[in-house]
Design a protein around this ligand. Structure first.
Ligand code: AVJ
Length: 329
């Protein structure tokens, strides 16, 4: 399906259907350790709350990543080269993308891919008017499923996937490798991957980042229950669940959960889901990497690290990898 809005931006709409949402929710809530896919955080309110998180002092990722991009943008532009087709996974509000769009030479086109349709259309329109002459081709999709790129006006020299914010950390190791393989397929041999990767650090810094004082992260987590109430005819008692986030050093990840504060049941349409007091729904993992851990994982998908840029504290990295077509196992 595709449609044009007033400003003539054509949206390729592959957004997951309500039935798909329902099926994924039910299968997650039937597991022994209940879980929900974190991609469903990003409805309109969730995307808004995530932007609020990005402005919190405690949540160091966006400002650190932006500072790295700004400090090294000349080197980054040099590494990517001219006449690139830039494909962004999980484009969100595209703030960091603007740094790239300002500096890449003879950029061929920009394809933002995001699951949040409202935000995607809004941002695509803004960028299309801010960068006249740039072909902007938004795709509303869950980029973990097979995805066909829209047809471009101009030929390009290289495809580069931009995957910011350390969203790769939201995937378990197996699916993360699969996603990198899928990205290797999308950018093709000789194509590139510019990726933001959050690094292992003092757990207290991580703890603060996912337990902010204002409770924005808690609201973001709990919004998933509200979304299910609205879209799946649920009756979750949102105030009977509590945000719980911690760093798990054994697995190198921050885990977010929603903990049931009492024995209770929740309805999702005609399905009843029981909870005992203290039981949790696991809503997100956010893996943190060492440089060589990430390098090895990327190598299994055929990517070779060409550049690593970091902040002074070495909290975050931006890496440029090239698809060499040779995979390790
Ligand atoms: C943007 C998905 C990488 O995992 O740090 C922020 C999402 N979750 N606070 C992250 C998030 C809680 C964020 N990602």
């Amino acid at each position: 399906m595709s449609f044009r809005n007033a400003k003539q931006i054509r949206l390729h709409d592959l957004k997951p259907s309500p039935d798909h949402f329902r099926a994924e929710v039910l299968s997650g809530l039937r597991k022994w350790q209940k879980e929900l896919p974190c991609k469903y955080f990003y409805d309109e309110r969730g995307s808004y709350l995530f932007e609020c998180i990005c402005n919190l002092d405690e949540y160091y990722i966006p400002r650190t990543e932006t500072a790295i991009m700004k400090a090294y943008i000349e080197e980054i532009a040099e590494a990517l080269g001219p006449n690139v087709l830039l494909i962004e996974y999980g484009s969100g509000n595209s703030t960091k993308t603007r740094i790239l769009l300002d500096h890449l030479r003879e950029l061929a086109a920009y394809v933002p891919i995001d699951i949040s349709r409202e935000q995607l259309l809004h941002v695509a329109n803004e960028l299309a008017s801010a960068y006249s002459g740039l072909e902007v081709l938004p795709v509303c999709a869950d980029y973990t499923s097979a995805l066909k790129l829209p047809v471009l006006r101009r030929p390009t020299r290289r495809r580069v996937v931009y995957f910011a914010g350390s969203t790769i950390g939201n995937f378990e190791p197996g699916p993360a490798k699969q996603l990198l393989e899928c990205i290797a397929g999308v950018c093709g041999p000789g194509g590139g991957l510019l990726i933001g990767v959050d690094l292992k650090k003092d757990p207290s810094v991580l703890h603060r980042a996912y337990n902010d004082r204002q409770g924005v992260t808690a609201a973001f987590n709990l919004n998933l229950l509200e979304r299910m109430n609205c879209e799946l005819r649920g009756d979750f008692q949102v105030d009977s669940f509590e945000h719980y986030a911690f760093y798990n050093p054994r697995d190198g990840r921050v885990e977010m959960h929603l903990v049931s504060l009492r024995d209770q049941t929740a309805q999702l349409d005609d399905v009843t889901i029981p909870f005992v007091k203290g039981e949790s729904i696991w809503t997100e993992s956010s893996y943190k990497f060492n440089l060589d851990e990430f390098q090895q994982m990327a190598a299994t998908a055929g990517f070779e690290v060409e550049h690593i840029w970091m902040d002074e504290q070495q909290w975050f990295s931006v890496m440029y990898l090239v698809n060499r077509g040779e995979t390790t196992s």
